[in-house]
Design a protein around this ligand. Structure first.
Ligand SMILES: Cc1ncc(COP(=O)(O)O)c(C=O)c1O
Length: 410
């Protein structure tokens, strides 16, 4: 007789796939590996000293609140501060009751899907896109339809054609999942005209938009473009923001901004999950913002990651053959690489890992299993010198493979 619980698993648990990034992340703990795989921030950017000082103060001044359960929406003073902060930085006007503090934007995404998706509803997602977003939609039974991205992100015409296609097939288009700034994995930024057009399409076709934007503040030159939410006249957009990349991911703090009733439904749904986000961490973040430290921290991070991006791009220019293409991101963490069509990035990864270099092969970012010749590099975590060497190793491996292929063709 079979033992264990496997015969009792729900279908959604059986269908859920372990992400290959999770597997790769295990490699990061091997200190010999130069990992350009996970989208993890560089620990050198964590404001540990400031956090230590604020944590001591919070525990001394109001331990009875900091160590207690908190409101599911987030502690009210933090919601107020976040409403002010996003109004001044992003031009999104919202009241504190439209702000909802979540445990990472991963939870925000899961709650949006829980509130909106009925099995069979169609969610439109980028090809490629971050699999956290697609995974959340899939968990609730969405049918995913991919919209190919170009250098400027999601093309509204391609999106509209797919919305029409889904409707003609008798399906229910429900939401658009989009990462407009420094997209994961392509690093692309959506131009303003496309932002407006995609919001118009949501209005015309009665769709929701999930604007997932954890990299927005890591903008290396000038100011980021207005978020889609700034053009949302009908309350169709839930905007997800995160403190993982600009503060520290270990606190698991993020927030959603949306129309009041939508937020209320997300809040109710979270009550059966984790009840509230980490209260102690919320108070620390609140003090950090009130003291003006968050804006300084963001500026420091931008300078820091810009330098690392430049190191990676210079190394790619030097070591990668002309047949390989990649983007030059204006912010965020990622460079997305296209190998010649005949090459397989998973095979390259196996050879790379043997030489202590890791990246993420592209296929998990494509819901249709395309992208075998693509991979994502993150400049966030690796040391600059290690990154230069790692890119040289990858360049040599790609050259070897290119020569092997041309030999096979002769
Ligand atoms: C596009 C995107 N959305 C969401 C997340 C999850 O972020 P959080 O740590 O806030 O859950 C990530 C993390 O890498 C991401 O790249």
């Amino acid at each position: 007789m079979a033992t264990g619980l496997s015969s009792l698993y729900a279908r959604r648990a059986k269908e859920v796939q372990a992400s290959s990034i999770r597997e790769i992340c295990k490699l990061i703990s091997n200190s010999k590996i130069c990992s350009m795989a996970g989208g993890w921030p560089d620990p050198k950017t964590f404001p540990a000293e400031e956090i230590r000082e604020i944590a001591t103060r919070v525990l001394t001044d109001y331990p009875e609140m900091a160590l207690q359960y908190g409101a599911s929406e987030g502690i009210p003073a933090l919601c107020e501060e976040l409403a002010r902060w996003t109004a001044s930085r992003d031009g999104i006007s919202c009241t504190p009751d439209q702000v909802f503090v979540t445990s990472g934007s991963a939870q925000g995404m899961e709650l949006v899907a829980k509130v909106l998706i009925e099995p069979g509803d169609v969610a439109f997602v980028g090809l490629p896109t971050y699999f956290g977003g697609t995974g959340a939609c899939r968990t609730f039974g969405a049918e995913l339809v991919g919209v190919p991205l170009d250098d400027d992100g999601m093309n509204p015409e391609a999106l509209e054609a797919r919305i029409d296609g889904a409707r003609s097939a008798g399906k229910k288009p429900k939401l658009i999942y989009i990462i407009p700034d420094f997209q994961n994995p392509t690093g692309a930024t959506l131009p303003v005209e496309r932002r407006k057009r995609i919001v118009d399409l949501a209005n015309e076709y009665d769709l929701a938009i999930v604007e997932d934007n954890p990299y927005r503040n890591l903008c290396f030159t000038g100011k980021p473009l207005p978020p889609l939410k700034a053009f949302d006249t009908e309350g169709r957009i839930v905007c997800l923001r995160s403190f993982s990349k600009i503060f520290c991911p270990g606190f698991r703090l993020a927030f959603a901004i949306g129309e009041k009733d939508m937020i209320r439904r997300m809040v109710i749904s979270r009550q059966f999950e984790d009840c509230c986000s980490n209260v102690f961490a919320q108070y620390i973040l609140l003090e950090f913002i009130k003291e003006g430290l968050l804006d300084d921290q963001i500026e420091k991070n931008c300078r820091y990651y810009k330098k690392k991006r430049d190191v990676l791009l210079e190394s790619l220019d030097r070591h990668f053959p002309k047949s390989v293409k990649w983007n030059r991101p204006a912010g965020g963490f990622f460079v997305f690489v296209h190998l010649p069509d005949t090459m397989d990035s998973e095979e390259l990864l196996r050879h790379a890992v043997d030489r202590n270099v890791a990246f993420v092969a592209g296929t998990p970012f494509y819901i249709d299993n395309r992208g075998r010749n693509t991979f994502r590099l993150s400049y966030a975590q690796a040391d600059e010198e290690a990154m230069k060497e790692a890119v040289a190793v990858l360049g040599r491996l790609i050259e070897e493979r290119t020569q092997q292929e041309s030999g096979e063709r002769r």
